[in-house]
Design a protein around this ligand. Sequence first.
Ligand code: MF3
Ligand code: CO
Length: 237
Amino acid sequence: MHEAGKLLASCHKEIAKIIKAGITTLEIDAFVEEYLAKHGATPEQKGYKGYPYATCASVNDEICHGFPTDNPLKEGDIVTIDMVVNLNGGLADSAWTHVVGNISEIAKRLLKVTKESLYLGIKQALPGNRIGDIGHAIQTYVEAEGFSVVRDFTGHGIGHNMHEDPHVPHYGVKDRGPRLDEGMVITIEPMVNVGTWRCKIDANGWTARTADGKLSAQFEHTVAITKNGPLILTEQL
Ligand code: MF3
Ligand code: CO
């Protein structure tokens, strides 16, 4: 899983290099498939419950599960690229909100707060803590910054399958929920909105977007719980 995570991290770094106004998310999706194939890996999302692409690409007010499209990205867009990499049966999952050129001040602050909230959540991923400790840390910080935490989608356990128990909500109450134990691997993936946390789903049955049309961002890592503390398998070094 760690090897899959390192490859996924390097793939996000490559995306950051090629993303610019004019590129389409279908082109990014094709780049990812080729990059993974070149490194002996496969995109686990493709075909998962009928999902048709290697990546999810969620632009601006899209929260998650956006379909890659042939619309050129524009200067100032933010786009969350989410993927699960399978390398020799080891899985890793990481979403990252990438920026297209210069973005607005509010978008900058949204990205900063969302990323910071991910790392605050990760700090709580310790043996003996509970799932609620993670969500509580994220929610408290995000709401103090005036943003909202998406409720309808959560992090999850990951192992032989992309989605395993437990659910990892990005909101919650301290000392509540399943106990975290050494050896568990989970994703922490806060989706943070400028306005309401409520979402609506597109006619394609997948894409979630903010109910008020305001911006949404997401940063996700796959994290192993060890006696030496959280080990981030998808860190971009
Ligand atoms: N990578 C997503 C997650 O973090 C899963 C996408 S579901 C898919 O849970 F069906 F689109 F693949
Ligand atoms: Co993901």
